[in-house]
Design a protein around this ligand. Structure first.
Ligand code: PMP
Length: 403
């Protein structure tokens, strides 16, 4: 893998923070964007900006083609049965809210949904909002010491009122890669559909929704080298056809009168209003970036960074790493002794190292781990062993300072 060639595509990696070379290790929160994506955005704003799906004018048709090219590509990329199953949203959060609102409206009092304790707030709060409209029950799968789901408990939670499982593919705190294919098979055996929050999976591993047999799969463009403000909801046609629209407005209708409105076909039924068609068009270039490197190479490189760094951090007295599941993703959540995560993060920042501190939008998980927050370092394909070395040395210095 030509790591220098990859890094050259990301101008931000050349910048300084507090006079030091930036070492960007907050890729779980958002990844950086290669120039080809930025160029595609600029090109479209300067040459091809007209609203999509708006009739016969040339530029509108060109813009529509660019948007729909990404949709077709995304369908192939995820191995979806058809492009009608690809809905563009604002992000993982909106994708999950769409299902909670639309699929959720078909639930009845007394129905149950299974979640896990390691979910991001984006996969908790929408279900609680639904609970404020329907008297549903949320069942929660716990984790073990290593940060793996307790699958015995998972299997025991199904009953005749279970209507949905909603679980993350990869934890944004622990890095655990959940056995979602098996979990989906278990749910389907009980006649229950499954939504997978793939926000932390798609940037790092190949996802095949047909192989997984996922009913819904949600993720964000900005974490996978694409533009901000765009998400994808994959949904099986059989569910999307049954589900009512999420938002009303332009683009999602077939015919409107004051008495009665009929809705557009899939996927447009779920895409009210003007989408971020510029960003959607540019997302295609982020897929080019990933495909050029290949997931095998991305996984191998990130796994090397993870094991190299974890091994060395573990030698620091008082080091506590949260999430030690085999095959985990390249996310390291840690604390040093009982030092506050915020102090560790601030001291790392003075050395040019961007990590994340706090609860990582996973307060129930923090409670289960018995901490208020952690420091989180997360890798992307452009990170290097030299950066890992600098990070390790910086954590060693911080540990010595706080001793
Ligand atoms: N789920 C997981 C597992 C995440 O890590 C995140 C982002 N941190 C989200 C959902 C929400 O993503 P977004 O803010 O892009 O909607």
């Amino acid at each position: 893998m030509d790591i220098n060639g990859i890094r050259e595509q990301f101008p931000i990696l050349q910048r300084k923070v507090k006079g030091k070379d930036l070492i960007y290790l907050d890729n779980t929160a958002t990844s950086q964007t290669p120039m080809r994506v930025v160029d595609a955005i600029t090109r479209m704003y300067t040459t091809t900006k007209a609203n999509v799906h708006r009739g016969v004018s040339s530029i509108s048709q060109e813009a529509t083609d660019l948007q729909e090219t990404t949709r077709r590509r995304m369908a192939r990329w995820l191995n979806a049965a058809s492009e009608e199953e690809i809905i563009f949203t604002r992000g993982t959060t909106e994708s999950i809210n769409l299902v909670a609102s639309s699929f959720g409206s078909m639930l009845e009092d007394g129905d149950e949904i299974i979640l896990t304790v390691m979910e991001h707030h984006a996969n908790i709060v929408p279900w609680q909002l639904l609970r404020s409209r329907r008297n549903i029950t949320l069942r929660v799968v716990p984790i073990n010491e290593a940060g793996e789901l307790d699958l015995d408990v998972y299997r025991s939670l199904f009953n005749e009122r279970t209507r949905l499982v909603s679980v993350c593919h990869v934890s944004n705190v622990l890095g655990t890669v959940n056995p979602v294919k098996d979990m989906i098979a278990t749910a389907h055996a009980a006649g229950v559909p499954v939504l997978i929050d793939g926000a932390q999976a798609v940037p790092h591993l190949k996802v095949d929704v047909t192989d997984l047999d996922a009913d819904f799969y949600a993720f964000s463009s900005h974490k996978m080298y694409g533009p901000t403000g765009i998400g994808v909801l994959y949904g099986k046609k059989k569910w999307l056809e049954k589900m009512p629209p999420y938002q009303g407005g332009g683009e999602m209708i077939a015919n409107v009168t004051f008495e009665h409105t009929t809705f557009a076909e899939l996927p447009f039924k779920f895409e009210a209003g003007t989408p971020d068609f510029v960003g959607i068009a540019a997302l295609d270039k982020a897929l080019d970036f990933i495909d050029e490197i290949g997931y095998d190479n991305i996984e191998a490189h990130e796994h090397h960074l993870l094991t190299y760094t974890t091994e060395r951090l573990m030698r620091i007295p008082g080091m506590r790493i949260f999430g030690t599941a085999p095959g985990k993703s390249a996310v390291i959540s840690f604390l040093i002794g009982h030092e506050h995560h915020y102090d560790i993060g601030m001291l790392l920042d003075t050395q040019g190292i961007e990590v994340r501190t706090g609860h990582h939008c996973a307060q129930p998980l923090m409670r289960a781990l018995g901490v208020e927050g952690t420091v989180r370092a997360s890798f992307a394909v452009y990170n290097t062993i030299e950066e890992a070395d600098k990070f390790i040395a910086a954590v060693q210095r911080v540990a010595a300072m706080l001793e």
